[in-house]
Design a protein around this ligand. Structure first.
Ligand SMILES: NC(=O)c1ccc[n+]([C@@H]2O[C@H](COP(=O)([O-])OP(=O)(O)OC[C@H]3O[C@@H](n4cnc5c(N)ncnc54)[C@H](OP(=O)(O)O)[C@@H]3O)[C@@H](O)[C@H]2O)c1
Length: 324
């Protein structure tokens, strides 16, 4: 492999646009190719972001043998199929969250990546953001002691439309898989796997979940209260109560944000991370480095973590009766 990575994007929707915007600032990358279901969309996207090549089908895209890495930006229900297509061709895959629709699919994707000896990672971008890294370090160092409880939420309002992938059940629509994954990710990375889970949800007429409330319980009565909603704008914050203080990841906690530290005396300190991008460059820079170094799995967003996240999503779906 050369000293630069030829990046490709599969799909030209909303997140693909943000990803492409930030890809421009990542070192050692080439804006190499984009693939869409339609030639027009591929060409428009490619022109706007200065990609070297565009393809009017995903098959044509992945047949380009010069692609080193591909970012899967299709709806959840297609992550499994699209990831496997790329891995079969020996292309390293950075796939959007949720990694797939259930644990069985994620296990199969990981097994294929191992068999083909190709790098694969879930694009859970929050993990790579400096403010989130700071909170993880701060928690591990126990500066404020151990966590007593936490809450994290993610909610927005958008008019229901079955044409919108966020609500379309056949594309994996619903609040839990789309945005509930972030509060779950926060609880997992700060507290680990829970001993017990309670969950309840409300549903749209098409069966996609409109809201989901979860309570994760841990040893010593530690609790995490987690929420997702597609019918209400909610604070979209993470508040972590420790023995000797509070850490508040300000709105919106899952994207570039500030962190407020409040110690036991009530002294407040705000940490500003001076972000200059949308924030997708951090995961991409990590992935590019891994690929240049010949790694097949991220030490940070590793397979074990992806399996735990999808396992928790499966468990919550079982509790609320949500089937795809
Ligand atoms: N990390 C984040 O912050 C973040 C934010 C938003 C979304 N996401 C994830 O990214 C994925 C895509 O979300 P998005 O908001 O970008 O969705 P979107 O705007 O609807 O775009 C999805 C794209 O997927 C392609 N596609 C392939 N098959 C499709 C089908 N049957 N129906 C509709 N589109 C299809 C289309 O691209 P072509 O027409 O070019 O083929 C479409 O533009 C989701 O899994 C979501 O969870 C992540």
């Amino acid at each position: 492999m050369s000293s630069k990575i030829n990046w490709a994007i599969l799909g030209t929707g909303k997140i693909a646009r943000k990803f492409a915007t930030d890809l421009k600032v990542v070192p050692n990358t080439v804006m190499y190719a984009v693939g869409s279901r339609t030639k027009e969309s591929a060409e428009r996207f490619s022109k706007e972001f200065n990609f070297e090549n565009s393809y009017g089908s995903y098959e044509a895209l992945i047949n380009d043998e010069n692609i080193d890495a591909i970012y899967i930006a299709s709806p959840h229900a297609y992550h499994f199929e699209h990831t496997k297509m790329c891995l079969e061709k020996g292309i390293a895959v950075l796939c959007e969250k949720p990694f797939a629709m259930n644990s069985n699919q994620v296990q199969e994707m990981i097994a294929l990546a191992r068999e083909k000896d190709v790098l694969l990672m879930e694009a859970l971008w929050t993990h790579f953001l400096p403010h989130y890294q700071f909170v993880m370090d701060f928690t591990q160092k126990k500066t404020f002691g151990k966590i007593k409880s936490m809450k994290a939420d993610f909610g927005f309002f958008r008019e229901f439309s079955n044409d919108d992938r966020v609500f379309n059940k056949s594309l994996g629509g619903g609040s839990l898989l789309d945005i509930g994954i972030y509060p779950i990710f926060a609880a997992l990375t700060l507290l680990g796997l829970p001993d017990g889970i309670k969950a309840s949800a409300t549903f749209f007429d098409n069966g996609a979940d409109a809201t989901c409330s979860m309570e994760f319980s841990y040893a010593n009565n530690v609790k995490a209260f987690l929420e997702s909603s597609l019918i209400e704008e909610t604070p979209t914050e993470a508040i972590i109560e420790y023995e000797k203080g509070t850490v508040h990841i300000l709105r919106k906690f899952h994207e570039p944000s500030k962190v407020k530290l409040i110690d036991a005396n009530g002294t407040v300190e705000i940490k500003d991370f001076n972000y200059t991008t949308i924030g997708y460059n951090y995961e991409t820079a990590h992935f590019t480095e891994l690929l240049l170094n010949g790694a097949k799995e991220s030490p940070l967003m590793n397979f074990d973590k992806s399996l735990k996240i999808i396992g928790l999503l499966d468990k919550v779906r079982e509790l609320i009766g949500l089937e795809y």
